[in-house]
Design a binder for this molecule. Structure first.
Ligand SMILES: *Cc1c(COP(=O)(O)O)cnc(C)c1O
Length: 289
């Protein structure tokens, strides 16, 4: 499954842009969505190489990564466990995790901070357990994300992508180097104080003048929104027929539009936005719409 996927690229009509394209990684799979599939691809390979049959990972109660890991594990006949940050809750995303057979262990915020310790204490005797960090952040994850660039058959002036941990950004940057492209990579951190992303990207990739961080589009912080962003989402989806999520991709598309209005990028530049998926995230924000 998915081993030879090549996600489609779609041109969208969104004035004033003349050449705005979207790499539809959100269409890869509804539950192993977007960059989470890209990140899990080589993590899964590594786990299989080591003959591990139990994926153990970490996330918040609305984590796209948890749903993706749960879905992948069930389809590959693997066991999955997640440590979920905070007190026990139920929601749409955790329901999916449970349906896919994932075991959920809720841990308070203090205990959650020490992931290695949690893993070691719970799975000391389980030699099949394979540790996957929160959001799937690791070197293997960058390899899958690099392939997004390998799949492109034309060159863009700008590529845009939202960032949480920055792992996807590292992979994209490596892909740009490897393919010798002049493309500028614009990263939109969705957390407040997003300058830390530069350090994270550096872990797996060397920083270049082709990387540009735009740290002013967090809308208050991770999973925070404003009425302006909500209005933008409704308008964008009504006009383009494309769903975007309030946590990541909406902030990226807002940034693209705002940077064009400020003439930091040109309306007729060739732009590729990576739709990293994550549409289930909107279920955590129903009251905002
Ligand atoms: C997890 C996620 C990201 C962030 O990816 P990182 O590699 O952690 O930067 C971006 N977009 C969506 C939709 C996500 O679910």
């Amino acid at each position: 499954m998915f081993e030879h996927l090549n996600s489609p690229i779609q041109k969208i009509e969104l004035p004033p842009f003349e050449r705005l394209f979207v790499k539809r990684d959100d269409l890869i799979d509804p539950y192993i969505s977007g960059n989470k599939w890209r990140k899990l691809k080589y993590i899964l390979k590594e786990a299989q190489n080591q003959n591990r049959t139990h994926l153990v990972t970490f996330g918040g109660a609305y984590s796209n990564h948890l749903v993706a890991t749960a879905a992948l594990a069930s389809r590959k006949n693997l066991k999955a466990t997640a440590f979920v940050r905070g007190e026990e809750v139920t929601n749409q995303m955790l329901l999916l995790c449970k349906l896919y057979g994932m075991d959920l262990i809720f841990v308070d915020r203090e205990a959650y901070k020490n992931k290695i310790h949690l893993f070691d204490t719970h799975f000391e005797t389980d030699k099949n357990a394979y540790f996957i960090d929160e959001g799937g952040a690791c070197l293997e994850a960058t390899l899958g994300c690099e392939e997004i660039i390998d799949e492109l058959d034309t060159t863009y002036d700008h590529i845009f992508c939202a960032a949480g941990t920055g792992t996807t950004a590292s992979g994209l940057l490596n892909g740009i180097y490897k393919n010798n492209l002049k493309t500028k990579l614009h990263i939109i951190p969705v957390l407040k104080g997003g300058d830390f992303i530069a350090e994270e990207i550096k872990k797996y990739s060397s920083i270049s003048n082709q990387l540009i961080l735009h740290t002013d589009y967090h809308f208050g912080g991770y999973a925070k929104t404003t009425p302006e962003l909500i209005t933008f989402i409704k308008d964008f989806t009504a006009k383009t027929g494309m769903l975007i999520d309030p946590v990541y991709t909406a902030k990226m598309f807002f940034a693209i539009k705002d940077l064009a209005e400020k003439q930091i990028i040109n309306n007729n530049d060739k732009i590729l936005a990576i739709h990293t998926g994550g549409l289930l995230g909107m279920f955590g924000m129903m009251d905002k719409f």
